[in-house]
Design a protein around this ligand. Structure first.
Ligand code: HPA
Length: 240
């Protein structure tokens, strides 16, 4: 038991998939896992452990935004000994060549949040993806013929921005897309010496104003899941 996760000590697998939406976690458990057990219902932030192709794996909702994600990531690592966390999320594209439905593997995450400014007393920190997980994701994508964009993203504290053009400064500097969690996932993983990676499907485009239909969301989500689960399987098998 930890403050926000009501699980037994060994109920969570060493690798956790981390969608923002707890109902996504349930969807993953129901559609991809066998031998599923629910280990958390505290605050409705559902967590499940099951098996995929012989590999034990967990899936846990993180909520939206970095303060919420940081609570779950801290507890997963510190109270349950989790070694690998793969965020499976959605994002808004900031580049014309990054279309809706595309897949992004986040190498790093800039931010407009003050969380790391507080942590580093006003200095900047450059959080990075786990090389092990990143190179495995690139390798699996190549083998499967899945096209990906790899690069930097923005983790923002605000979904509804006052300045409608504010994102363009980030875009000018090559940032691929915006979401709201990865900067703290990578920072906390580094602090605790565990591996983290973010995979994102592009659900909307700030460039064109397009949005994914719910049907399209399912298809591109499936591609991301297959990639994430194969990365998990290889890590667990030690076949990096
Ligand atoms: N902004 C922030 N987070 C997001 C977006 C967005 O446009 N799309 C999906 N997650």
């Amino acid at each position: 038991m930890s403050v926000h996760i009501g699980a037994d000590p060994n109920a969570i697998a060493p690798t956790v998939l981390l969608p923002g939406d707890p109902l996504r976690a349930q969807f993953v458990a129901e559609n991809y896992f066998t031998d599923v057990e629910i280990y958390n219902e505290v605050r409705g932030m559902l967590g499940f452990t099951g098996t995929w192709n012989g590999t034990r794996v967990s899936v846990q909702g993180s909520g939206m935004g970095m303060p919420s994600l940081a609570i779950y990531v801290n507890e997963l690592i510190r109270s349950y000994g989790v070694q690998r966390i793969i965020r499976i999320g959605s994002c808004g594209s900031m580049q014309p060549e990054v279309g809706i439905r595309d897949l992004i593997v986040a190498m790093t995450a800039s931010t407009d949040s003050a969380m790391n400014r507080q942590r580093f007393h006003g200095m900047d920190y450059a959080p990075a993806a786990s090389w092990r997980l990143f190179q495995s994701a690139v390798e699996v994508a190549r083998e499967r013929g899945t096209s990906i964009h790899a690069g930097g993203i923005l983790s923002s504290d605000t979904f509804y921005q006052d300045d409608p053009d504010g994102w363009k400064r980030w875009a000018e500097y090559g940032v691929l897309a915006v979401e709201m969690e990865t900067n703290q996932l990578y920072t906390l993983a580094a602090k605790h010496g565990v591996d983290a990676l973010t995979l994102l499907t592009v659900s909307d485009s700030l460039v064109t104003g397009e949005e994914l239909s719910s049907e399209d969301r399912q298809t591109s989500f499936h591609e991301m899941m297959e990639l994430a689960l194969e990365v998990v399987r290889r890590q667990e098998a030690g076949a990096v």
